[in-house]
Structures are given as structure tokens and as C-alpha cells.
Write a protein that binds this ligand. Sequence first.
Ligand SMILES: CC(C)(COP(=O)(O)OP(=O)(O)OC[C@H]1O[C@@H](n2cnc3c(N)ncnc32)[C@H](O)[C@@H]1OP(=O)(O)O)[C@@H](O)C(=O)NCCC(=O)NCCS
Length: 150
Amino acid sequence: MGAEQVEACLALDQASLGGLWTREQWQQELSQSDRLCVGLLLEQRLIAVACGWLVVDELQIGAVAVAPDQRRRGHGRQVLMALLQEARRRGAMRATLEVSSANTAATALYGRCGFSTEGIRRGYYRNGDDALIQWVQLQDMETVRIAAHS
Ligand SMILES: CC(C)(COP(=O)(O)OP(=O)(O)OC[C@H]1O[C@@H](n2cnc3c(N)ncnc32)[C@H](O)[C@@H]1OP(=O)(O)O)[C@@H](O)C(=O)NCCC(=O)NCCS
């Protein structure tokens, strides 16, 4: 995706992530060369997005979101896998993200895409929920791809 999707990203962010990033932050995500953003369009409407930041050989995933009326149709998995594949193509060896232990939808998605928990920040969120630090190795994307599609 490019800068032309900034308004669509803001709207999806509001609807799905409660306003994670400002317009300026989305502009950066969509324009800087070390940022990767994958989107899924349905009849010109942005319905899913996955973004990450390439830091040397790691991808730090910052946002994954699917429009509320489009969930449980495989779109989250599709954009996340496309992001991981693009990161691999750009030289990333592993990818990481942080997710609330209470976010069952996201933890299910990440598990299906090969992520596993390698650290826990207890009481990290304002409501007291724990943050799970998850990683996936990208060297063997075939293994990740099979896990995600089985
Ligand atoms: C998390 C999110 C991106 C998942 O998107 P999605 O398109 O509904 O996910 P998918 O349809 O690709 O599902 C992927 C897997 O997760 C499972 N899953 C998805 N939502 C689930 C839920 N609410 N409960 C249990 N499992 C769930 C699916 O069943 C699927 O596994 P399966 O193939 O074994 O059935 C979406 O719920 C969302 O946007 N949530 C709000 C934003 C958010 O929390 N983002 C993550 C922040 S870290």
C-alpha cells in the first residue's frame, strides 16, 4: 500500500484498533522504506491491513486489523501471511509482535501463522492484562505457510 491509502487506514484503525495511530503516523507507515504495509481491498474498500517495521533482519509488527464486519473469513491470516512473506523477501529472518493475552482472536490468528510466546510482560496494559511477546522464524516460510493453511 502507498500514501493514497492513509484515510482508509485511519478509518480501519478507528473501527478495529480504537485509533492506534495518528494520520501522521499512518503517513509514515505508508511511505517510509523500512515500513511494510499490506492491505486487502474488497470492491475498493480497505478491509484488512498488516504493517511492520524492518529493523536489520527482524520485522516488528505494529498493526494487524480486519474490519469488524469482515472477520472470521481468513482475511487476517491472508494479510499477515503476505506481510511475513514480503518481509522474508526483503531479508527478515524473524518477526515479532506484542499482543494482549486476553485478545483471543489475535492470539488464535498468530498461532495459526506460526507465532509462539517467548516472553510475558505481566500487567503491561492499563487494564492489568498481560502482554505476550511472540516470535516466528521466517527462514523456513514454507513451514509457516503450511501451518497457516492446514
Ligand atoms: C485479530 C483479527 C485481525 C483476526 O482477523 P480475522 O480476519 O477475523 O482472522 P481470520 O479469519 O484470518 O482467522 C485466523 C484464525 O484465527 C481464528 N480466530 C479469529 N478470530 C477468532 C475469535 N474471535 N475467536 C477464536 N478464534 C478466532 C480463526 O478461527 C482462524 O483459525 P482457524 O483457521 O483455525 O479457524 C481481528 O479479529 C481484528 O481485527 N481484531 C481487532 C484488532 C486486533 O485485536 N488486532 C490485533 C492487535 S495485536
